[in-house]
Write a protein that binds this ligand. Structure first.
Ligand SMILES: Nc1ncnc2c1ncn2[C@@H]1O[C@H](COP(=O)(O)OP(=O)(O)OP(=O)(O)O)[C@@H](O)[C@H]1O
Ligand SMILES: O=C(O)[C@H](O)[C@@H](O)[C@H](O)[C@H](O)CO
Length: 168
């Protein structure tokens, strides 16, 4: 699995950071949080309850693509949480890292809203959850994708991801 990178994707509150971090710890891989690559302007927008546009996301995805290209060149094993809501965003990331994999954490809008509303100290405004679902293009029929139920316990999700990676 040398050089494997996994983008943990899905709408806000699906558990990308939690599950990505737990998988990285369990497997001894690197963890880099995609949210750390947003511009200050994008963070301010999300805090204010304003959805990001394609052009807001373009620069962010460009930075993440550079990170993935470096990881590929260095044969780094990496978990990277990134919403990657649209297929075009995923294609952009794939073009930076051949063989890039995605774990899609799937959950309902009600469950996402409940999680985002209960979470404290995070910039993401709960009012934005609906727009996340409006933007989401689920990664059906795409190669290298594992879809999992985001409401399962974290340990179960780590097991599912590890089994999938070991099978490849
Ligand atoms: N499998 C799970 N079971 C129970 N609670 C979970 C699970 N996954 C995440 N959570 C909780 O749900 C909330 C959202 O999780 P997290 O911040 O990891 O989501 P996220 O997808 O990274 O969100 P964002 O994209 O908004 O940063 C947190 O309070 C976290 O503790
Ligand atoms: O693509 C987007 O609309 C945004 O990037 C969000 O999804 C955030 O990155 C994150 O999920 C919030 O914490």
């Amino acid at each position: 699995m040398s050089g494997t990178a996994v983008v943990v994707m899905g709408v806000s509150g699906c558990g990308k950071s939690t599950v990505g971090k737990a998988c990285a710890e369990a497997l001894g891989w690197d963890f880099v949080d995609g949210d750390d690559f947003h511009s200050d302007a994008s963070i301010a927008k999300m805090r204010a309850g304003e959805p990001l546009t394609d052009s807001d996301r373009a620069e962010w995805l460009h930075r993440l693509s550079e990170l993935l290209a470096d990881a590929h060149a260095e044969h780094r094993q990496l978990f990277l949480p990134c919403s990657a809501l649209r297929r075009a965003y995923r294609e952009q990331l794939r073009s930076a890292h051949p063989g890039l994999r995605f774990v899609f954490l799937s959950l309902t809008q009600d469950d996402s809203l409940a999680r985002v509303s209960q979470r404290h100290g995070h910039f993401f405004a709960p009012a934005l959850v609906a727009s996340q679902f409006a933007t989401l293009e689920a990664p059906a029929n795409e190669d290298g994708v594992l879809t999992v139920d985001a409401m399962l316990p974290v340990e179960t999700l780590v097991d599912q991801v590890s089994t999938w990676l070991n099978r490849a």
